[in-house]
Design a protein around this ligand. Structure first.
Ligand SMILES: *Cc1c(COP(=O)(O)O)cnc(C)c1O
Length: 586
């Protein structure tokens, strides 16, 4: 059943729906997919827009030394998606680029559908270069990225119109990549009022419609484009391409930028002396509601963006997508209705301990099998297992755990045996991220059988589910305050896997020491440094966690159970989407 007129349009550069549909790279896409699934469960009238990525992100290959190389992903969109007959045209560098859309229906628990449209420029009418615009996620240079964002933002608004979605009341930008949609909306407002120029009234109209979620706590992480480039990409310079269907022009932007007198804050769109368009400020200026993705991230964003009122809605995960089969069976039996009402997972507290343990061991066997299938290494399901999987990028500090191999050997000797399972991709141009993977491989060789390490290649949604349910503890060691939220630890909590993490992002909210997991370091990011964080992490493993696992099994299972009851019941997208409805959408 579909609602005739979706009133929320959700825009995201990446959306993870199926593990093998390579329309995502990591956390942002996983969050987008989970948001849409919960919106469908809650029967929210939503429609979503993203890009297709015919080459996906990439397939990760790791050689003997752990050096990553990448190959494009070969997939067939029509295996998953239905091509739509509608077309729209986006002006890019004066060329009329044809855009088509492919549809994926996300069906919720009651059969309500949220349609997701993946935009695609790979059409014979387009030039070779334009056909590649929806080729690779986060590939190419600034120029390529800005063209992609033009297709997403401006093409997306036009495509929704072409598809007949005319009742959209809220446009939700999931990160700044979609900010250009504001320009399409401004022009639409002016056109509707039969005006040439954008006025303050149009700005107010667009502001009423827009919601912006920022995800990046570091200034360098925000998309910025030189105004020269913006002008080149967006300007309808050649007269012959002036097209009433595509009313956006560089003039629009100039007018927005030139309205300092009227709207003080708007000059910040081009902050700094380098005269660049900052996609985050564009979205901030033109949104009625702005939020960060955890309480701490809201605070950090308020500091970063000065006067803008930035609220926070803490991220979540789509519970039933991330719960492993044995836990699904357990919840069905002991917490009936948990999928419709995730809050009821608090009643996991009454599930007998031995049932939790049994389900966990079954999930762990599945992970051990996956390790063997992908690496040839046979791990022991009775050995304490640390899981770590995420984007391999310096701030995530995946190598903190292997920074002192003697310490690891000592813990294994004195507290009990341990084994470590890693996964994660580095961005193709992130050399330091790639070197971190190599360091992990070096540690694997150096430790041999003392502490075994496995690295599962080509991390994807399927690997995630196996890892967050089959590990005994889920580790996260970001450099604070860089982790906006983090979500894999929430997936682990739903499977009764306690978290051992730096106090950053969502963990500041989910952490109850010794009850839902354990902290590394302190709540003050100022005190965080590599050495102290490593010492704190090793200390917890040596004196608290590994001894508890081997010598106090029932105490360990208490932590597992509380992780489900206290964190699984709250850090889910069902609660999160309800907060968006209350605070942001209506
Ligand atoms: C959940 C997920 C992430 C996000 O994990 P973080 O803890 O936020 O780093 C990244 N990639 C995949 C494939 C995921 O499923």
């Amino acid at each position: 059943m579909e609602t005739a007129s979706p009133s929320v349009a959700y825009f995201s550069m990446e959306i993870a729906l199926e593990p093998d549909m390579p329309t995502y790279s990591g956390g942002l896409g996983a969050l987008a997919g989970d948001t849409i699934r919960s919106a469908a469960d809650l029967e929210l009238p939503m429609v979503a827009v993203s890009l297709l990525y015919r080459n996906g992100y990439f397939t990760q290959h790791l050689d003997e030394s752990g050096w990553q190389t990448e190959t494009p992903i070969d997939w067939n969109p029509s295996d998953y998606l239905v091509e739509q007959p509608e077309r729209t045209t986006v002006q890019i560098e004066g060329r009329a680029v044809q855009v088509r859309a492919w549809r994926f229906d996300v069906e919720g628990l009651t059969g309500h559908t949220v349609p997701v449209f993946f935009l695609d420029t790979d059409l014979p009418e387009n030039t070779e270069w334009d056909r590649q615009l929806t080729g690779t996620l986060y590939g190419g240079d600034d120029h390529y990225r800005l063209c992609q964002e033009t297709v997403l933002g401006i093409g997306g608004v036009q495509m929704l119109h072409a598809l007949g979605y005319d009742q959209v009341q809220r446009f939700h930008m999931n990160e700044g990549h979609a900010s250009l949609l504001t320009l399409a909306l401004l022009d639409r407002s002016a056109t509707q009022h039969e005006r040439e120029a954008i006025t303050r009234q149009d700005i107010e109209t667009v502001r009423e419609q827009c919601v912006f979620t920022t995800h990046t706590p570091v200034p360098a992480g925000h998309d910025k484009f030189s105004l020269d480039l913006v002008e080149r990409v967006l300007d309808r310079s050649s007269e012959q391409f002036v097209d009433a269907e595509d009313p956006y022009s560089m003039e629009t932007l100039r007018r927005i930028l030139g309205m300092n007198g009227e709207l003080q804050d708007l000059h910040e769109v081009t902050q700094g002396s380098d005269n660049r368009l900052n996609m985050t400020y564009l979205a901030l200026n033109l949104s009625n509601y702005v939020n960060g993705v955890a309480k701490k991230h809201g605070e950090v964003s308020r500091l970063m963006f000065g006067d803008y009122p930035v609220d926070s809605i803490t991220n979540g995960v789509h519970a039933s997508s991330w719960v492993a089969e044995p836990f699904r069976a357990l919840f069905d039996e002991h917490v009936p209705g948990w999928e419709e009402d995730n809050f009821s997972l608090r009643y996991a507290l009454k599930i007998p301990r031995e049932k939790i343990w049994e389900a966990h061991q079954t999930a762990k066997e599945a992970l051990v099998d996956e390790v063997e299938r992908t690496t040839g290494q046979r791990f022991d399901p009775n050995v304490f297992t640390i899981g770590f999987a995420r984007r391999m990028t310096p701030y995530k500090r995946a190598d903190l755990l292997i920074s002192d191999l003697d310490r690891l050997r000592m813990i294994a000797e004195r507290s009990g045996p341990l084994q470590i399972i890693y996964a994660g991709k580095a961005h193709p141009r992130d050399e330091e991220g790639k070197r971190i993977i190599q360091r992990i491989f070096n540690a694997k060789d150096a430790l041999g059988n003392n502490v075994r390490i496995a690295y599962i290649p080509d991390y994807n949604k399927r690997t995630t589910r196996l890892m967050v349910s089959g590990s005994d503890v889920w580790l996260n060691t970001p450099k604070p305050p860089n982790e906006a939220s983090g979500t894999s630890g929430m997936k682990a909590a739903l499977n009764g896997v306690p978290h051992l993490s730096i106090l950053d992002g969502w963990w500041l909210e989910g952490w109850i020491e010794g009850t839902t997991g354990w902290a590394i370091g302190t709540t003050d990011p100022e005190t965080s440094n590599r050495t102290d964080d490593a010492t704190s992490m090793y200390g917890k493993l040596r004196h608290v966690i590994v001894p508890k696992y081997y010598n106090d099994r029932s105490g360990y299972v208490d932590v597992m159970r509380s992780a489900i009851a206290l964190n699984g019941s709250f850090f889910n997208t069902q609660r999160m989407v309800q907060q968006y409805v209350l605070k942001a959408y209506f």
